[in-house]
Design a protein around this ligand. Structure first.
Ligand SMILES: Cc1cc2nc3c(=O)[nH]c(=O)nc-3n(C[C@H](O)[C@H](O)[C@H](O)COP(=O)(O)O)c2cc1C
Length: 377
């Protein structure tokens, strides 16, 4: 690989199952457990099976499934302390966190973990979560305006000795965070991810996020998003990296894998899926051009909260690996994966799918590799 020093192999993240019910809204048997013992074991297994990142979920109340939820930042810290190399991304909602408090918490988590803390800024789709906590529910694009300020504040606090900020949502006056998080080459502070697909989300990513997470998409769907985010990023002299969600079902034969998907959908919790569908569509209604997540999701798509079946990582190890490498070729830096039976499926992924991905990557035309990231100030 030395003659292609610019090429970065595709990275892998998994969704932390820190809410009950697993990653599909289905009554199919799931051996995945949302508790800490299971998750600690899973995190260690994942870092030994090719996973560089784990993404926790944030949920404060039951939401069409997910009856029980472990809090995201504390659970992420526990997983950081249980592992050696895994980077754990804590999901947070601006509007429920004061950014300075979160900046402080993550700086400490970064020190406790040797520089492995990261954050996913989610702008929210679930109105009840805010109103039941007595917080105002902002209109869609206002939520993104607040998220953008939130990210700017985090970065300012993490990189400036006399942090100053004057915005519509947040203010800082000569604030000096000590200690700062652990900075290293190419990583001046904990990496900042975001989830969201609307026009407002894409523009925010181009301006301020290190990473843009997409819901499940086919090849053209992800290419379109990457092009749009990159266009904004270029105007700001930045580089954004891309993570793509996919629910992975790899089995020895394609027929077995398809049968698992068929059973998941056949046993879907119809009431919960429909309730979720109408809540998320309502949350995106205020985006005039209907580009938000879930705007065109079918019933089957919604059985996996984040449209993970659409990425079609369902088949034999060869079929799945081939699709992953095609996504990489199209500019996806990180595959964010969900599984049915995590412990079994992560091990199968590491032993059967990952080696084929790496073999296929060795044959890729690496001259198309993307440049080194530029971090916004
Ligand atoms: C990878 C990913 C992870 C997300 N994680 C969460 C989460 O843990 N909690 C949450 O409330 N929303 C989460 N979201 C949803 C976002 O908060 C946001 O509501 C959603 O992306 C809709 O935004 P849009 O209208 O810009 O498409 C996630 C989104 C993505 C893509």
């Amino acid at each position: 690989m030395s003659e292609h020093a610019g090429y970065e192999p595709v990275k892998f993240a998994y969704w932390v199952p820190n809410v009950s019910g697993g990653l599909v809204v289905s009554k199919i048997e799931q051996r995945t457990d949302w508790g800490y013992d299971y998750n600690r074991k899973l995190a260690v297994l994942a870092e030994n099976n090719g996973f560089e990142y784990a993404l926790s979920q944030v949920r404060y109340i039951a939401s069409y499934g997910a009856a029980y939820q472990h809090e995201s930042t504390s659970f992420s810290l526990a997983l950081l302390l249980a592992t050696e190399r895994l980077k754990v991304i804590a999901a947070v909602h601006p509007g429920l966190w004061q950014p300075g408090v979160l900046a402080k918490l993550l700086a400490t988590a970064d020190h406790l973990s040797g520089g492995r803390a990261a954050v996913n800024v989610v702008s929210g789709w679930f109105k009840d979560e805010f109103t039941k906590l007595g917080e105002p529910w902002l209109e869609h694009d206002e939520r993104y305006r607040r998220s953008e300020e939130f990210i700017r504040v985090l970065r300012e606090i993490w990189t400036s000795e006399h942090a100053e900020f004057s915005g519509d949502f947040y203010r800082l006056h000569d604030f000096d965070l000590k200690p700062k998080p652990l900075a290293s080459e190419g990583r001046p502070h904990p990496e900042i991810f975001q989830g969201g697909n609307s026009t407002a989300a894409r523009a925010m990513a181009g301006r301020v996020s290190d990473w843009y997470f997409s819901n499940g998409k086919d090849f053209d769907g992800i290419s379109e998003q990457i092009a749009e985010v990159n266009a904004t990023a270029a105007q700001h002299d930045r580089r954004v990296r891309f993570g793509l969600n996919g629910f992975l079902i790899a089995r020895d034969t394609a027929a077995e894998a398809k049968e698992v998907l068929r059973e998941i959908v056949a046993k879907a919790d119809v009431e919960a899926v429909e309730g979720f569908g109408s809540a998320v569509r309502q949350a995106g209604q205020s985006t005039g051009n209907k580009t938000g997540m879930w705007q065109d999701s079918s019933f089957e798509d919604l059985v996996q909260y984040n449209d993970g079946f659409r990425t079609r990582l369902i088949g034999t190890p060869e079929q799945v690996a081939t699709r992953i490498v095609e996504y990489r070729r199209r500019g996806v830096d990180l595959m964010l994966l969900g599984f049915l039976h995590y412990l079994e499926d992560v091990e199968y992924f590491g032993s059967k799918v990952l080696p084929i991905v790496r073999e296929l990557e060795a044959d890729l035309d690496k001259t198309a590799a993307t440049p080194e990231p530029v971090h916004a100030s």
